[in-house]
Design a binder for this molecule. Sequence first.
Ligand SMILES: Cc1cc2nc3c(=O)[nH]c(=O)nc-3n(C[C@H](O)[C@H](O)[C@H](O)COP(=O)(O)OP(=O)(O)OC[C@H]3O[C@@H](n4cnc5c(N)ncnc54)[C@H](O)[C@@H]3O)c2cc1C
Length: 552
Amino acid sequence: MKFNYEKNVDVKNTKAYLVGGGIASLSAAVYLIRDGHVPAKNIHILEQSNITGGSMDGNGNPETGYVIRGGRMFDMEAYECIFGIMESIPSITYDNMSIMDEFRAFNKRVHTSGKARLIDNDANIIESSKLGFNREDRMALMDILITTEEALGTKNITDCFPESFFQTNFWFQWTTTFAFEPWHSAVEFKRYLHRFFHELPRISDLSGVRRTEYNQYDSIILPMTEWLKAQGVDFQYDCLVTKLDFKTEETKKTVVGINCNKDKKEEKIVVEDGDFVFVTIGSLTAGADLGSTTTAPKLNDKSVGGDWNLWESIAKESPEFGRPEVFNERVEESMWESFTVTLKDPTMFNKIIEYSGNQPGTGALMTFKESGWFMSIVLHNQPHFMNQPDNVQAFWGYALFPYKEGDFVKKRMIDCTGEEILTELLFHLNFKEDMNKILKTSICIPCIMPFITSQFLTRSKGDRPQVVPECSTNLAFLGQFAEIPDDVVFTVDYSARSAQMAVYKFLQLDKEVTPIYKGQYDARVLINSAKAMFKDDNLRGEIGAIMSMLMK
Ligand SMILES: Cc1cc2nc3c(=O)[nH]c(=O)nc-3n(C[C@H](O)[C@H](O)[C@H](O)COP(=O)(O)OP(=O)(O)OC[C@H]3O[C@@H](n4cnc5c(N)ncnc54)[C@H](O)[C@@H]3O)c2cc1C
């Protein structure tokens, strides 16, 4: 028997069962093969749907319309974990390149520097480089940065800031970049301020943002899946995991069986000594529903799909396995809606280019800051889908307040068809004269995601389980609802880091988990961000005080 680093793990015979086929599981499979030397054929990915990628989707065609439920923004500083994975995956578009090489080359060619970040309700582009803080706002910001997570507890963002803060350019730009809402957790908000403090000076043009060439299914998930398949990883689709069987010995819990519904038949996988089980618990896109140009999407509850059901059943086994009910029972606080528009006539696209002053791929999010739905759109580089023909354009938008009424279409967004959402957008852009032509030649697919910000809801210690709980001998939790100290949760990096932590721990690898970027301890970051905070007035005397507070 060959042991790993003379530790007690027989890597050649270890089997790994990965529940879920999102980026967390795919990353775990890469770490198991690349760093742990587990034979790929011993790795089994069990996915309830018929495709990998989970939240990182991207599909469609010009006839029925393209869909991405979301688009990912990266930056060079804070995404080191996923970038480490991307270095190991060959590109499927370019010869002799990794997907990370492809990513770097693309961002050299197409650089974000938005000229129309905030727009008012008369379609005027607003000068937004001044962050708009008053003294009280700045002090509140400093305060949250230095307050401990224990002291913030279950406070929400509104508990920590004066009303004026929510009217600053900073808030409109920060909240739409990261999808925070005022009632979200102050702890999560604080973590984002720390992790992305270096983005403060460039939040008004998002020039720190880096993107993939195509949507993230085509640019990341597809090449990862193909590489893993080529190594010999076993992918089981239409395989819904319904329950885990546990063996309890004193305080220790061991998974001994995985119950699945595979192709509508009940099956059980026996988990043997030395095998490991990695479960992605919960999901931001659980229960997501697509509408169409002529129909509104449905607002589903937590019972749809296996994402929450499985975690709920596992959580009954031990208090160390977390409390899913904290995250899945407050849909009105966690839901928002996105939409993907497919244009078969270039009029709208060309008009947005002219209006914003940005070529596709170079613009930031464009946020209609006074809109009832609080809507934003972004024009990615084209084509955004690998199979997208030259004469078709696609773009994406989202709104943080879909429960509210539109300004022109007097309905709640969640009740609107794709055509009604596009109509509201065309009014906001003041493209009224071309409205009929654009509506006739476009497909707009809305998507309601009931749990899209459930990871930002206020929570207490223990609501999220540790990646590998103390009591667990062979079960790890991956994804947004596992606890990773200091890390920022609505990111691909979080999912990848949870995978790295789990694999390194179980295989007892003598390797360091990728450290979390901490720009708040870098004097250059502090100076630049402090300058951005004080751009509005001349209170430079306070900068030194702030820097010394932050470096404490
Ligand atoms: C709209 C949107 C915008 C985003 N923007 C950004 C961004 O700008 N930057 C960034 O870094 N990140 C962003 N993210 C977040 C990022 O995409 C996610 O954090 C990440 O993709 C989550 O991956 P995951 O594998 O952890 O979980 P998921 O992608 O949710 O995957 C979970 C998988 O498990 C499967 N599954 C669940 N339960 C079961 C079961 N019982 N049996 C079998 N299979 C099961 C699901 O079908 C799914 O495929 C965004 C996400 C969305 C949706």
